[in-house]
Design a protein around this ligand. Sequence first.
Ligand code: HEM
Ligand SMILES: [Ca+2]
Length: 333
Amino acid sequence: ATTCSTGQTTAHAACCSLFPVVDLLQKELFDGGECGEEAHSALRLSFHDAIGFSTKGGKGGGADGSILAFNKTENAFHANAGIDDITDRQFPVFVKSGLSAGDFVHLAAAVGIANCAGAPSLLFFSGRPPPVAAAPDLTVPEPTDDVTSILARFADAGFSPPEAIALLASHTIAAADQVDPSIPGTPFDSTVTTFDSQVFLEVLLKGKSFPGATGQPGEVLSPLAGEMRLQSDFRLSQDPRTACFWQAFINQQSLMTFAFKLVMAKMQLLGQDVSKLTDCSDVVPKSTAFSGPIKYPASFSQADVQQACQILPFPSLATVAGPAPTVAPVPGS
Ligand code: HEM
Ligand SMILES: [Ca+2]
């Protein structure tokens, strides 16, 4: 191990220059270390960057930062609606950082989610070359897509159905600005700053209402006031190809975070030659623990679960006391 001039230790001296970038990200992008709008959208950005890849070739460069470097092109794609908020916020920090666009986008995602209680420490490999071109359109799945096309797109990028569901643990720290533009910052679960398995539970609860005026394309009824449910999340939770992977993560914090960490490591290296990169994972901050167990939101119980996986027992969970909550929007959205 090397002790850097800034005081931290790392396995590779080449990683020392990243500690000041981590500080820069926390200060200038994440409001001093919050699991807020910017942290959430930095994670979404890493997905929209990396997924522009095909194992068969002929698409984009994968986890190369093209979405940041060529943001004028990629932001125009329908599936990237609202992504300009985070590319605009990241660009000046990226320029200051001195990193390649790919290293910057994928380090920012790792640092951002470390601000969320319960999140795993993602691996980070340093040294991605600059991206050569924008990814083509139509690589990013949309909430209006059916399960067959979503799984086909993930398979084309190299991900199995259980890996796709593991990636969707991301929606535990997620909110929508664009699905219903009249209610920006509408969360997908009742604990939008905690990387817990609450989203896997809440997507299964019987839908009652829309958080905005009417259902928008890609949106279905949600169980809680102020909460949005994506049609794609709901269909994946119900489909025989994915329902058991979905249900298996409920109240299984360690399994969920381990699966997410593994699949994120794969995602954040798509299109990269890992033999040319340096493992700088020890620059990624550690999140605070999530104590758990998760609970049903107040007024809900197992009677409200639309259980689609019959071969696994459904976990027994307590219910938060009090009347049904209204989920608050994410500030700054
Ligand atoms: C079936 C695949 C997926 C679909 C259809 C999907 C769709 C969406 C949609 C529609 C939004 C809301 C955007 C808006 O209105 O502002 C969203 C937000 C988000 N997504 Fe996904 N997503 C998928 C997979 C993923 C994956 C694999 C990740 C990361 C690994 C991810 C991370 C996020 C995050 C963190 C947000 C919240 C961003 C914020 O709060 O600013 N999503 N997703
Ligand atoms: Ca959550």
